[in-house]
Design a protein around this ligand. Structure first.
Ligand code: BGC
Length: 752
């Protein structure tokens, strides 16, 4: 085709003007040759599963659609050979030879699996997070993919929502930094590079704020609140160059996001200047029928008019848009506009230059699960673990004596990858049991007993765990007795417990966020033995740990840490790596505290100090969380000097530098995440009691000191006022610095 001869002009993620012109000419020329049906084809994302289907006629129909230009991209298809096959049909057999792009949810790694996103954020290590996306892109592009549905940047204040696992937590500032790092990692500096892939920011917008944490539920919030708390990470991701955005399933101001003109056009394009394309979530166009927005034709029109470019697998555009244009209900300009955006993505990905640039059939063997990637994943995983309790410095364990490893997560390779890990290769991973044995060698003995199933009730187990955890057919009593006899012979107990991977992620909202019944009983029985117990908590969400915190000696939150879980846990358990993770979601005392954020607003009757009646509180539980935002212990200890300020007054052009000197006063080298929060004391609207505005992750050797300085300018103090203008208001401020959001020191300053 002519297009193959095009010299790839626009290589980088922000091409030069001249290159853009060249691209525009190329696309103009192509679009002149396209029929309406072919243009609508570009707005249709086909389901890759159809090509693999054994169902009669399904594969043939998929091929026909590709041949006739009725689809422009494919979901859920990977493998360089298969992608090459399908690309060949598009390029060789369709009338205009337009290449397709291929997308998949590569959320936290490909076959080298990194910790789930919520865990990754707990590293507060933006370079490691960027590298994790880079590794994911290298492996995924070797398998034919050039588009990932990541990062998910939905802020969430409610751990009942299973998808809290997929985001960076509760804070918009941290969430924005993570979003930028992920986009940089996937896209690099050149989208057309055969080892980078296009990022898709999701889910736009406010998907994390569904009422009561119930999946897909209604969202209703003021614009003031969304601008301040929920929108910043989406904006940060597109400012970092993300070229695609996914609409969400929920409503915004009463209209589903997928058909919401204010959201997808006024805000995203007119206000933020987004240049890429918007894809619906899976079938979220046709889902609007159930929302009550009309029939297939009506919802297709609603979506395209709102600014939704690409229909993911609902086929509403394919069925309805041609007729809508022919009857004059939808303008040709709308179709052209969306088609142009999709073709632009293909151009920037370099597909017109070489449609097979992501289909090198020898590459996967070289990069997928290569030792460098696995080493990177292991290092990163260890950084995401959060030490919540370590009484009497039980951890790190010594590699000696007898260690009892118990719990349903101890001998597992299916769960460790966590949700959204389609390309995980459990056969290539080792279990915790194997990992600990490898780590201690002949110096110590690892005794093992499963102890219990995930949950007592087999039917519930099946519903929660699906195929991801196998059930032990022995009776509950037999399982427990075995664990108790193993514990009796051991010096210390390591309990690998928690949720299974499918208890978080999509479609996994829960109101009971405590350890499942059988596992709690196991821990209670083990606690009665009087042996020291380390709890390794595998979860995809914050959970309520009151009992565990009271009765167990050490708690290490390990999330779902990916393919290298076993080695990474061993690294931290035995002190080869000192834990440094810090929570990015508060762990509550009770599920009834949700929605919860450390950055709350004062009411007119806040509770200061102890409980008082008729203040903002509950009768039966404290206001704060059990483990606050930003919290995490280390094997070493850090001392914070008082805050020094370069000044205590600044004007709108000025800067104040707030500094603290941190000293490693303990017995290990270790990393600390130093956090700065700010409070705007008076405002034209209520302001949070504190907001994260800066952080730095530092490495300190034993005895070493380092001064961390945070720059505060007018920009740092800006927020959205009642008219949603981004302003800083003169007045009094408090700067707080500390190791977490609770234990901070403070100084005041004034903005004139
Ligand atoms: C999810 C998205 C995902 C899409 C494609 C949907 O159900 O909400 O996050 O990217 O499926 O797999």
């Amino acid at each position: 085709m002519a297009a193959v001869l095009v010299v790839l002009a626009a290589c980088c993620t922000s091409p030069e003007k001249a290159d853009l012109k060249k691209m525009d000419f190329f696309i103009d020329d192509l679009m002149e040759q396209m029929t309406l049906r072919e243009k609508i084809g570009q707005l249709t994302l086909l389901e890759g599963e159809a090509y693999r289907s054994a169902k009669e006629g399904r594969k043939e129909e998929f091929i026909r659609r590709v041949r006739e230009g009725e689809g422009g991209s494919v979901l859920d298809m990977y493998g360089a050979r298969q992608v090459r096959e399908v690309q060949r049909i598009a390029v060789d057999q369709s009338r205009l030879h337009i290449p397709m792009f291929f997308g998949l949810d590569v959320i936290h790694g490909f076959s080298t699996v990194f910790p789930i996103p919520l865990a990754l954020a707990c590293s507060w290590d933006m370079e490691a997070i960027e590298r994790s996306a880079r590794v994911a892109a290298r492996e995924a592009t070797a398998e034919g993919l050039c588009w990932t549905f990541s990062p998910m940047v939905d802020i969430c204040h409610d751990a009942r929502w299973g998808r809290i696992a997929e985001g960076a937590g509760e804070d918009p500032y941290l969430g924005s930094r993570v979003a930028e790092a992920m986009v940089r990692g996937y896209q690099g500096t050149c989208l057309a590079d055969s080892t980078t892939m296009m990022a898709c920011v999701k889910h736009f917008g406010l998907y994390g704020a569904g009422e009561a944490g119930r999946e897909y539920n209604t969202v209703d919030m003021s614009h003031w609140r969304m601008y301040n708390e929920y929108l910043p990470p989406y904006k940060a991701a597109i400012d970092a160059g993300a070229f695609s955005m996914m609409s969400s399933f929920n409503t915004v101001d009463g209209v589903p996001a997928t058909g919401n003109y204010w959201l997808l056009t006024e805000l995203l394009r007119n206000e933020w200047g987004f240049q890429g394309f918007v894809v619906s979530d899976y079938a979220s166009i046709s889902d609007m029928i159930d929302h009550g927005m009309g029939d297939t034709a009506a919802v297709a029109e609603l979506a395209i008019e709102a600014g939704l470019d690409l229909d993911m697998c609902s086929d509403a555009y394919a069925h309805s848009l041609e007729q809508a244009v022919r009857s004059g209900r939808i303008s040709m300009e709308l179709i052209d506009q969306s088609c142009r955006r999709i073709l632009k993505a293909k151009y920037l990905l370099g597909l017109f230059d070489d449609p097979y640039r992501y289909c090198d059939t020898t590459m996967a063997e070289r990069v997928v699960l290569c030792p460098e990637h696995r080493a990177e994943a292991r290092r990163t995983a260890a950084e995401t673990f959060v030490l919540l309790k370590n009484q009497g410095n039980l951890l790190p364990l010594q590699k000696k004596g007898r260690i009892a490893l118990v719990g349903p997560m101890a001998d597992d390779t299916l769960n460790i990858s966590g949700m959204w890990s389609w390309c995980a290769r459990p056969d290539q991973y080792i279990t915790l049991r194997e990992g600990l044995r490898k780590a201690v060698g002949s110096n110590a003995e690892i005794l093992y007993a499963r102890g219990c199933n995930l949950i007592y009730d087999a039917a519930t187990d099946k519903k929660y765990a699906r195929k991801y955890i196998t059930r032990d057919s022995r009776s509950d009593k037999e399982l427990l007795n075995e664990a108790l006899s193993v514990a009796a012979r051991a010096d210390v107990i390591v309990a690998a417990v928690g949720e299974c991977s499918e208890m978080s992620g999509e479609g996994a909202s829960m109101v009971n966020i405590q350890l499942p019944d059988a596992q709690r009983d196991l821990l209670e029985a083990l606690a009665k033995t009087g042996k020291p117990i380390v709890m390794l908590n595998f979860t995809g969400r914050p959970v309520v740990l009151n009992w565990e915190n009271e009765h167990l000696d050490a708690i290490l939150q390990v999330w779902f840490a990916g393919s290298e879980t076993a080695d990474a846990v061993a690294d931290v358990l035995f002190g080869d790596v000192v834990p440094s993770g810090k929570l990015t979601t508060t762990f509550p005392r009770h599920v009834g505290q949700y929605p919860f954020s450390y950055a709350c607003y004062n009411t007119g009757r806040p509770q200061y100090g102890d409980f008082q009646r008729c203040r903002t509180n509950y009768l039966d539980v404290e206001n704060d969380g059990l483990f606050p935002f930003g919290y995490g212990l280390s094997y070493t200890s850090f001392d914070y000097s008082p805050i020094t300020m370069s000044d205590t007054v600044m004007n709108s052009k000025g800067e104040i530098v707030a500094s603290v000197t941190i000293t490693n006063t303990g017995n290990y080298d270790g990393c600390e995440v130093v956090q700065m929060y700010i409070r705007d004391v008076y405002g034209s609207v209520v302001r949070p009691v504190k907001e994260l505005k800066g952080f730095e992750r530092i490495m300190l050797k034993k005895g070493e000191s380092h001064t961390v300085s945070f720059s505060i300018t007018e920009e740092t103090l800006k927020f959205y006022n009642a008219a949603c203008q981004h302003v800083a208001e003169p007045g009094d401020f408090v700067v707080m610095i500390g190791p977490n959001s609770r234990d901070v020191q403070q100084r005041r300053f004034v903005l004139n």
